[in-house]
Design a protein around this ligand. Structure first.
Ligand code: PGA
Length: 224
């Protein structure tokens, strides 16, 4: 059983939700499929047979936080998962490790499964950068948290780390913070998902661009 996560980022329409609901509901697989559309589309998913996740949540439960969405609201609308600390949020919205830790706590409180994204931006210094991002989770119970290893230089670029680097990173993450699972993200597509998913100890993939194409995402979801 692999975990196959689709991250639509800020893309999609209600029509796409209908199309994906019909299409993905027909996918027979023992894999766990988690689709993370943008916030405003979550409510359009009705009778969706797979799991839904959000791409972010607030660290606070309620109050004067204009533009934010609480973990409790995500639960109410049907989410079981929430992505946290995606590199786009770290870079474009200045999310720090401290903020990510608070969001992680808020998500767990509402029994959402956090998908925490980590990954180096600097190819040379990768293990140190990864270590710094994992630091906040030392001594924390990650038994219901999924870590997504997403090297920033692989996101949307068509590049991928060597299998040696991938194996080392997965081992490193598992050893340091002992999460429930580690998935890989960064330019996963129909051409490379099979070889990526055979990486030892890898529990799944996080798919960005290719998750916007129903045929491609369905094929990856059917991986056996
Ligand atoms: P990509 O995105 O598959 O388009 O590289 C992955 C991600 O950013 O989660």
């Amino acid at each position: 059983m692999k975990i196959i996560i689709g991250n639509w980022k800020m893309n999609g329409t209600p029509e796409m939700v209908d199309m994906f609901t019909k299409g993905l509901n027909q996918v027979e697989t023992s894999n766990k499929i988690v689709l993370c559309p943008p916030m405003e589309l979550l409510g359009y998913f009705r009778n969706f047979k797979h799991a839904l996740g959000a791409q972010n949540c607030s660290y606070s439960t309620e109050g004067a936080f204009t533009g934010e969405t609480s973990a409790a609201s995500l639960r109410r609308i049907g989410c079981e998962y929430v992505m946290l600390g995606h590199s786009e949020r770290r870079k474009l919205f200045a999310e720090t490790s401290d903020v990510i830790l608070h969001k992680w706590k808020a998500a767990l409180k509402e029994k959402l499964t956090p998908i925490v994204c980590v990954g180096e931006s600097d190819k040379q210094d990768w293990i140190n950068e990864l270590g710094r991002q994992l630091c906040i989770f030392l001594e924390k119970d990650l038994s219901s948290t999924i870590m997504a290893y997403e090297p920033v230089w692989c996101i949307g670029t068509g590049e991928a780390p060597s299998s040696e680097q991938m194996i080392k990173s997965i081992e490193f993450i598992k050893k340091v913070v002992k999460p429930a699972g580690v998935v890989y993200g960064g330019s996963v597509n129909v051409g490379n998902y099979k070889s990526i998913l055979t990486t030892p100890r890898l529990d799944g993939v996080l798919v960005g661009g290719a998750s916007l194409r129903l045929e491609d995402f369905s094929e990856i979801a059917r991986y056996a």
